[in-house]
Design a protein around this ligand. Structure first.
Ligand SMILES: [Ca+2]
Ligand SMILES: [Ca+2]
Ligand SMILES: [Ca+2]
Length: 228
């Protein structure tokens, strides 16, 4: 049966592609992982925040007209620069699936998600003298760690997060020792934007950027003060 309800299915192709990539990554990193618990991840949030803030300069580089938003044309140049080949349709999917607030443009918090998706979608450079996928080993290390967090949560390695594992991870992370399961369940629902019962890598990234404390307005203010 065809569904004409629009947006939820629109990103299915992209999410499926990402799922496959993450399953591959999980297989390739069998048993390796620095994270042993949700709390060990949460303890690194301040560090993640500092690392993600550095992406601001990359954002400014692609935001050619400096209006605080990456539009479709600016995103296309970004994809060209990073040498990720996509069809027009895929470019559309990527643009709209990162513009989560539907503001017709990609703000800084959405750009972090976009870059990380590009990183996962991109194949390793074929030539061995091309040392870097993204042109910044530092950035790649940050994304690798975020992917590790996702893989830690993806217990069965199917490239998406299911409710049972997420509720358990969120409950375990509670500082009071025991978080009521219904709170964890409602947090899961918040993460599962398209309500399909799974948290995709894309949905996870939006939640992650938010958890770490990257907020568009705050970041704008920080960036503004830097220019004084
Ligand atoms: Ca712009
Ligand atoms: Ca937006
Ligand atoms: Ca979902």
């Amino acid at each position: 049966m065809l569904c004409h309800c629009g947006s939820p299915n629109k990103y299915k192709r992209l999410d499926t592609k990402l799922e496959r990539k993450l399953v591959e990554v999980k297989k390739g990193s069998q048993g390796v992982g620095n994270f042993k618990s949700m709390n060990s991840i949460i303890m690194k949030f301040p560090q993640f925040k500092e690392e993600l803030k550095r992406i601001r300069s990359v954002f400014e580089q692609y935001d050619e007209d400096s209006n605080g938003t990456i539009d479709r044309e600016e995103m296309k140049k970004c994809l060209q620069q990073l040498q990720l080949r996509l069809t027009e349709e895929e470019i559309d999917d990527l643009f709209h699936s990162c513009d989560i607030d539907g503001s017709e443009g990609i703000q800084f918090n959405e750009f972090i998600v976009l870059l990380c998706l590009i990183y996962v979608l991109k194949d390793q450079p074929s030539s061995s003298n091309t040392t870097s996928k993204m042109g910044s080993p530092q950035l790649e290390a940050t994304f690798d760690t975020i992917i590790e967090v996702f893989l830690f949560l993806d217990k069965n390695g199917n490239g998406k997060l299911n409710k049972k594992d997420m509720v358990k991870a969120l409950s375990d992370s509670s500082t009071s020792g025991r978080s009521p399961a219904h709170i964890s369940r409602s947090r899961f629902r918040e993460m599962d934007w398209d309500r399909n019962g799974h948290v995709s890598f894309r949905e996870f990234l939006f939640a992650f950027v938010h958890w770490v404390g990257i907020d568009t307005d705050e970041e704008m203010a920080v960036s503004g003060s830097n220019h004084q």
